[in-house]
Design a binder for this molecule. Sequence first.
Ligand code: F6R
Length: 262
Amino acid sequence: MEVVVSPTPEDAAGRAAEAVLAGLPRDGGRDPVLGLATGSSPLGLYQELGRAVAEGRVDFSRTHGFALDEYVGLPPGHPEGYREVLLREVCAVIGLPPERLSVPDGSGDDVPTLMAAARAYEDRIRELGGVDVQVLGIGANGHLGFNEPGSALASRTRVKRLSDRTRRDNARFFQGLEDVPTHCVTQGLGTILDARRLVLVATGDAKADAVAAALEGPLMASVPASVLQWHRDTVVCLDEAAAAALRNRQYYDDAAAGLTER
Ligand code: F6R
């Protein structure tokens, strides 16, 4: 795990964007595949990627994008449905073609229909060669995607109940708590672990405890983001506030400084 602490959220977004760019394949052999989180945490990162496009450093026109998750039961075109969010906040910003964006299908009326769509989603990721870089945020309760505490570490894309905490946290995007869906379809922790590189962005003091539990606590289902410890290429980009509860901070800073003291 590489843990990079930056002075400000803007700097953390810049570091995260560099980690994403470094993880994308450049050989032209197959189209790159980018895994996309929604929520507030990666917005600065997407803006930075947009800047890199404008500077001619990267071109996402041949990239496929896969969302981490989607709510169940929102009407098609609902502005807070994650397809719409990603069209606005990613496709329009980095030039990812909308027809190359895939989002789990949360429109099914029953669990078998939703589960069939979830399996098809996994198949589609595999067909395209797997995710090269997965962008992640972390919930204040330690969730990753919408894998709430208690999620199996090897889970695959499936229907999940949202926790009360997550529904309250996300009520800011809706008219009120009662409008927040109760269920979602989310990539599983096992699905997320299949990505070749994971880039997690967390900023603000509300995330400090979850970040410390995920990075320095035991690997366990009650802290789903602790599964990051199991992945061989994870980059965690934090601002000072989100890093405040880390015990091993000095080591991360020393390691990030590279080989200068050899
Ligand atoms: C979003 C997602 C969630 C968020 C997390 C943090 O697709 O899967 O895990 O990353 O809830 O949300 P923000 O960034 O809004 O604090």
